[in-house]
Structures are given as C-alpha cells and as structure tokens.
Write a protein that binds this ligand. Sequence first.
Ligand code: PLP
Length: 379
Amino acid sequence: MNEGFETLAIHAGQEADPHTGAVVPPIYAVSTYKQDGVGGLRAGYEYSRSANPTRTALEEALAAVEGGARGLAFASGLAAEDTLLRTVCKPGDHVVIPDDAYGGTYRLFSRVLQEWGVSFDPVPLGDLDAVRAAVRPETKAVWVETPTNPLLNVADIAALADVAHDRGAVLVVDNTFASPYLQQPLSLGADVVVHSTTKYVGGHSDVVGGALVTRSADLGERLAYHQNAMGAVAGPFDAWLTLRGLKTLGVRMDRHCDNAERVVDLLLSHPKVVQVLYPGLPEHPGHEVAAKQMRRFGGMVSFRVEGGEEAAVEICNRAELFTLGESLGGVESLIEHPGRMTHASAAGSPLEVPADLVRLSVGIETVDDLLADLSEALG
Ligand SMILES: Cc1ncc(COP(=O)(O)O)c(C=O)c1O
C-alpha cells in the first residue's frame, strides 16, 4: 500500500469486510465471541474489553498515521493518560510536566496521581536546562504538549527526547493540538503519543475518546495489558465515529490552518487585541522550532485583549458563529475564556492562565463569515 498520510488514514486497518465486502468497518456492537471449542478463538477475539474489531480498526489506523508500532483507543483522552501513567510509573516515581499543561492533565497529576505517590514538577519546556535540572533518578517520564493549551507555546520534541533518554525516562507527547497530520512526534524521538481524539482526530464534536501510540512494540504490549486490566476502552460506536473522522483529518486540517491564518491577520490589525499567540507568527518565540517539526501551524489561536478579564469574557459572550463552548478541533468554530472555563481547575496554581486571554478553535466554515463574526464580537 502507498504510505501517504491520507491513504493511511482512509485504508490502514480498514480492509473491506471479508464476509460482505462492506468498505467501512462495521460497528461490532458485541461484548463476547463464540469459541470453536474451548480456547478456539476466531481471529483472536474473546471479550470486547480485551479487543473489539471496530476498535482494532481504529487502533491500527492511529498507529499507521502516527508512524507507530501500536495504537490503543480509550474512552477519553484522560483515560489514555491515566492508563499510560499507571503503566510507566509506580509510587515514588516522578514526572516532569509542562508549566502550561492542559488543565485536566495538571489536575490528574495534582489531585489524583500525587495522592498515590507519583510526584511531578511543572517546568517551562522551552528551557532545556530547566528540564535537565528537573529530571531526577526517579523521573520516569517527561511529558510534552506542543503547541500547548491554551498558550500555544512550542517545545522542541527532538531536543527533549535527548534529555529524557539521557536519563532513562520516556518522552510522552500530547499531540492533540497539532494532530498527526501536522506533527509526528514518534519520528522526532518521542516514545509515546497521547491524543484526546475528541478533538481534531474525531473532528466533529460528536464523540469523546483518547489514544496512545507507541514507537516500540514492547511498550505497546505493556500498555495493551494495562488497557485491558484497567478497562477504560473506547466502545465500538465511539471507535467507529472516531475512525470516520480520521479519514478526513488531512483535508480538514488544511482548511483549519487556512482559516486560522486569516483570523490571525484580522486579530493582528485590531486595536483591542494586545497580543496574538500563534506559532505561525515569525515573532512567536517557538516559531522556528514549530516550522521545523510541524507541517503547518494549526487551527488554534489565542489572544489577549485590552480591558482585562471583563473585556475577554464580553467578547466570548458576543460571538455568535464562534460558538461559546469548551473543547476544540471540530469543524465548527468555538470561542472560550480559558481562565473561567477549560483552565478553571488551574486557578491559584503555577499553571493559572492570564485572565485577559481568549482561545479560538478556528473551524472550517466560510472564512469571511468567521471574520465578520469576530469583528462584531471584538466591537
Ligand atoms: C491537550 C489536551 N490533552 C488532553 C485532553 C483530555 O482529553 P479528553 O477531554 O478527551 O479526556 C484535552 C481536552 O481538552 C486536551 O486539550
């Protein structure tokens, strides 16, 4: 088979159904499988927590588009994160995380894993010396998000892989914001990619899911064991929707990027906007690294406004085509106030986000309509 991204997204793991020729993997809404004599499994299927053919199709496709050895699909991004962390860490271990990690990831560390004895340190990942200094003998993972949610900071995946590997830690990259179309962390030295497939991979705001993709088959096998033992798997309907979304990821991402670039131009010229955060801007501190490791710069744009929190909240309330809501990565444009919404759980922590920040998930609607709505909302 050809190896192009779109070809893999549409075909990997998705052979026509051998019984009917159906060109799309069916939704196997089933919990158990008939055995031909005790232990006589057909195609290895035994019980749907362990494996389900619809989920297998998604897992194979995800592994293919990330260039990994093994893909695993979970009930949510956080379920994937939890399974990964409880596979690679035990009580007494330590993880380095970004100082602007996604709020839910921070909460998993600070409110759940820490109580079970896994410690962590938030570090600015752009500062390699700071990362080196934070890595201790008990550090089992360096956790990277790039670009970050919601500040769109960029981290150098290849350089961080060297730092982690020098100390025997694994490099984990949450690739949710970029998607596998724009960035392939495993090819840059990462050991595991994490996704909230709820976002760009699913792409239509109609399913919650998560994924892990590993570079080595060995780590993939350990994670698969824990996936089954812990049980936070993607159900067959969710797997099917996510797989349908994945097929169009490439074309959607190109349009997300086109529209985001136009939105950035509008924001840059608006007197009420004091700063635009977008890795595609040459003045963005991570621009060079982003240009090196990303195909394009993505559909997420954040900006800070004059007038502080009140003005930022007002803009969110006034937008109409940009729907006020959490989440991101769907075909429809969303606007939100991270301080009060997605990142409220980081309030009062070192990861608190600026109060005057607005985050946009730029969708694939007609761009002139998006620009008109945003101009109206900015006033
Ligand atoms: C960067 C990032 N990672 C992980 C998650 C968690 O994923 P989920 O909401 O699917 O559990 C999110 C959700 O917003 C996210 O933005």
